[in-house]
Design a protein around this ligand. Structure first.
Ligand code: ATR
Length: 273
C-alpha cells in the first residue's frame, strides 16, 4: 500500500511541499502519496486525527498550526521543544506521534550549501517571532562567536535572548544602537518583505563582507534583500533553499533516506522567476 503523507495549513493552496516531496519520491524511488490539506482554522486536531486514523504515516505542518502541532504531538524532539513549534509529525511504530521541527536544520543546511561560514562568526538574527525562535538553537549549535538578537519590538528580542541564554553566546542588541563593525551574517527572520518593507537592522551592521539571508522568498530579489543590497551587503540569499532543505530533512525522518536537493532547488527557482 502507498504510504500517505500531507502538509496541513490554512491557507495551503500556495504550498510547494507536494511538488517538492513528489520530486524526492521519484528521485529515491519511494512509493508515497503526498497531499496538501487545508484544515479549518478551528479544526487542526480533528483534521489530523482523521488523516492518521486513515493510515497517514507523517505530516508537515505549516502556518498557522505549528504551535497546535507542538501541543498535540505525543512526544517532542529537543529541537522542536526549543523551537516551541512542530513542522513535522512522524507516526511511530506504537501509533504515537513524534513532533519534530526541521526548519532550523533547513536553514543551516542551506547556509552550508551556499558556503556561508557560521563557526566563530558574528551572527545577527533580526525578528523575534516564531520564525526566529525556530532557528535559534540550530544556529547556536554551529558555535558562532556571537549571536545578536534585534527586533522592532525590542522586548521580544530580549525575551528570546534570555530563553536561549544557556544554549550559547546570545545577546540582545538595540535597533538604534550603531554597530562598531559589520557582522558576518544577518538572518532576516521578519516578515518585512511580505509587507514590502525591510528589517530593522542597526546602523553599521551591514558591510561588504556581510551575507544577508531573508527567510522569505519572492520572485527575483526579496524586498528586504533589495534594501540590503543598497546598504552595501556583500551577498544576499533568500529562503527558497531553506524550504527545500527542511523538506529533505522531513523526508529523511519519514523514509530513512536523504534526497539530493540540487535539481529541486533549480526547478523551484525556475518556476518562481
Ligand atoms: P513568524 O511566526 O513568521 O515569525 P510573527 O510572529 O508575526 O511571524 O513575527 C513576525 C516578525 O517580523 C516579528 O519579529 C515582527 O516584529 P514585531 O515583533 O515588532 O512585530 C517582524 N516584522 C513584521 N513586519 C515587520 C516590518 N514591516 N518591519 C519590521 N519588522 C517586522
Amino acid at each position: 500500500m502507498t504510504d500517505r503523507y500531507c502538509v496541513v495549513g490554512h491557507p495551503i493552496g500556495h504550498s510547494k511541499s507536494p511538488q517538492i516531496h513528489a520530486a524526492f519520491a521519484t528521485q529515491t524511488q519511494q512509493d508515497i502519496d503526498y497531499q496538501a490539506i487545508e484544515a479549518p482554522l478551528e479544526g487542526f486536531v480533528t483534521t489530523m486525527q482523521a488523516f492518521f486514523a486513515q493510515g497517514g504515516c507523517g505530516a508537515n505542518v505549516t502556518v498557522p498550526f505549528k504551535q497546535q502541532a507542538y501541543d498535540w504531538a505525543d512526544t517532542l524532539t529537543e529541537r522542536a521543544r526549543r523551537a516551541g513549534a512542530v513542522n513535522t509529525l512522524v507516526k511511530q511504530s506504537d501509533g504515537s506521534l513524534l513532533g519534530d521541527n526541521t526548519d532550523g536544520a533547513g536553514l543551516v543546511t542551506d547556509l552550508h550549501y551556499h558556503h556561508v561560514a557560521l563557526r566563530d562568526k558574528r551572527i545577527m538574527v533580526v525578528g523575534a517571532g516564531g520564525a526566529a525562535r525556530g532557528v535559534l538553537l540550530p544556529l547556536l549549535e554551529q558555535a558562532p562567536a556571537s549571536l545578536m538578537m534585534v527586533n522592532r519590538t525590542e522586548q521580544k528580542a530580549q525575551q528570546l535572548a534570555a530563553a536561549f541564554g544557556e544554549a550559547g553566546p546570545i545577546t540582545r542588541h538595540a535597533v538604534d544602537k550603531p554597530m562598531a563593525a559589520p557582522v558576518d551574517v544577518i538572518i532576516n527572520a521578519t516578515s518585512a518583505s511580505l509587507h514590502q518593507s525591510h528589517p530593522p537592522v542597526p546602523h553599521g551592521a551591514i558591510g561588504p563582507a556581510t551575507t544577508v539571508y531573508d527567510m522569505v522568498y519572492q520572485a527575483g530579489c526579496t524586498t528586504s534583500n533589495q534594501w540590503a543590497q543598497r546598504q552595501g551587503a556583500g551577498r544576499c540569499l533568500d529562503g527558497l533553499g531553506m524550504l527545500v532543505e527542511q523538506a529533505a530533512e522531513s523526508f529523511a525522518l519519514w523514509r530513512g533516506c536523504r534526497p539530493q536537493t540540487e535539481r529541486v532547488r533549480e526547478q523551484l527557482r525556475e518556476a518562481l522567476n
